[in-house]
Design a protein around this ligand. Structure first.
Ligand code: GLY
Length: 418
């Protein structure tokens, strides 16, 4: 069986490693892949790298090479309508078409969907006029969150503490157009406080089957300070997802989401990710949907999955019942990054210690050149430790961190500290 995974991060390396571990006979392909994925499969290269042609190139590759299943890791491919193209040619792919992708790619669409189906979400107002938004921020209460309507490559979510910050954010989004077209419409949302939780789930066009919960550490600085990043670490399961909170999630978020997906013809086979907030009053709120697996949550989840991942993907594709089992273990993932990320950073530094690392670990922005590993990206490596508790898992992870050395290495020291 031949499988193509689309994306270039630690998430895609983790998906590939898990598939190969469960089903050693499969052949893996990645586009574009990274310095880790080419050790477990083939990184495809196209001469023509114009974004408009990438989807056609991938379709041709899949047809010519008889790829049995394509799995989308990164949202970029969904944004360019890969699922619509694949379906047009009758090629098997897991992921939402452009209509269903609005749940992730169009924040206003998602918020209206949530409201229509009674899905618990923070209150919000939307604006397409700078003047209207400006008048609103003069009289509202703080803190709040300003979001661009489009996903703006994972950016476009700004936490605002006062009127001055709100004025600056509005100016940069709607006048300076810092986020381009994605900022033509904005959402101003109530800022909830509490504990964040991520629930990645698989859909088989009939049901949503949630995975174990996870927690993503999004900020560059310890204690969730500083800039937003693609994720600096994750743990699973999320210790704040108690039985009562799970029940609350099922009642106020999961069940009405399923109802809405059917009613609006949005149901698909693939992944749906619930970005959640648990408030001090023990209520769970939905902040956002993604229509793919999360990074770096995938890196802490897949090492403790006890089911055959290929079987799960096949069941999703064939619309048959899915059962997912988990090891009785906790997991902690720490992201080693290049100092300066998510802003400017230097690459090309030699990384020592990768060859001696024990599984699980995943490559993100690193590659091998003449037998040496070097840094090539902002997020370089994902190191994962397992244990009977989050405490034990984090000790095992940070022991792995000590084995890796590269110039200007930065990582958060508080991943898994509760
Ligand atoms: N961890 C959040 C995301 O993948 O978007």
């Amino acid at each position: 069986m031949k499988i193509l995974i689309l994306g270039s991060g630690g998430r895609e390396h983790a998906m590939g490693k898990k598939l190969l571990q469960d089903s050693p006979a499969i052949k893996l392909y990645f586009y574009p892949g990274n310095g880790g994925t080419n050790h477990i499969g083939i990184n495809i290269k196209f001469d023509d790298i114009d974004n408009n042609n990438i989807i056609d190139n991938i379709c041709s590759f899949v047809k010519i090479n008889n790829i049995d299943l394509t799995v989308v890791g990164s949202e970029t491919f969904l944004f360019y309508g890969i699922v619509n193209r694949f379906k047009h040619f009758g090629l098997p792919i897991l992921g939402p078409n452009l209509y269903s992708f609005q749940l992730e790619g169009d924040r206003l669409f998602a918020k209206s969907f949530m409201n229509k189906y009674g899905i618990r979400t923070p209150k919000y107002h939307s604006f397409s006029s700078y003047i209207d938004a400006f008048n609103f921020i003069k009289t509202t209460t703080y803190p709040l969150v300003i979001k661009t309507n489009g996903i703006a490559e994972g950016k476009g979510v700004i936490i605002i503490n006062n009127k001055i910050e709100a004025e600056q954010a509005l100016h940069s989004i709607m006048i300076d157009k810092k986020f381009g077209k994605s900022g033509e419409k904005i959402i101003i949302e109530e800022k909830l406080i509490g504990k964040e939780s991520s629930i990645i789930s698989i859909l088989n066009s009939k049901q949503i089957i949630p995975f174990l919960s996870a927690m993503d550490y999004k900020k560059i600085g310890e204690a969730e300070t500083g800039h937003n990043t693609g994720g600096m670490g994750s743990i699973s399961p999320n210790p704040y997802m108690t039985k009562d909170i799970w029940r609350d999630f099922q009642k106020h978020i999961l069940a009405p989401t399923v109802e809405g997906l059917f009613a609006e013809n949005l149901m698909f086979s693939g992944f749906i990710y619930f970005g959640l907030m648990i408030t001090p009053s023990n209520k769970i709120y939905l902040l956002e949907y993604n229509t793919r697996m999360g990074d770096p949550e995938t890196q802490s989840l897949l090492p403790i999955m006890n089911s055959n991942f290929l079987q799960i993907l096949r069941d999703a594709m064939l619309k048959t019942n899915i059962r997912v089992f988990w090891k009785n273990l906790c997991s902690c993932c720490v992201v080693l990054s290049s100092k300066g990320y998510p802003n400017e950073y230097k690459t090309g530094h030699i990384i020592q210690g990768i060859n001696l690392l024990k599984e699980p670990f995943f490559i993100a922005g690193a590659k091998q050149e003449y037998n040496k590993w070097i840094t090539v990206g902002g997020r370089v490596l994902n190191l994962v430790g397992l244990g009977k508790s989050i405490y034990e898992a984090r000790i095992n992870t940070y022991n792995k961190v000590k084995q890796i050395v590269f110039k200007n290495c930065y990582f958060r020291k508080d991943i898994g500290l509760l």
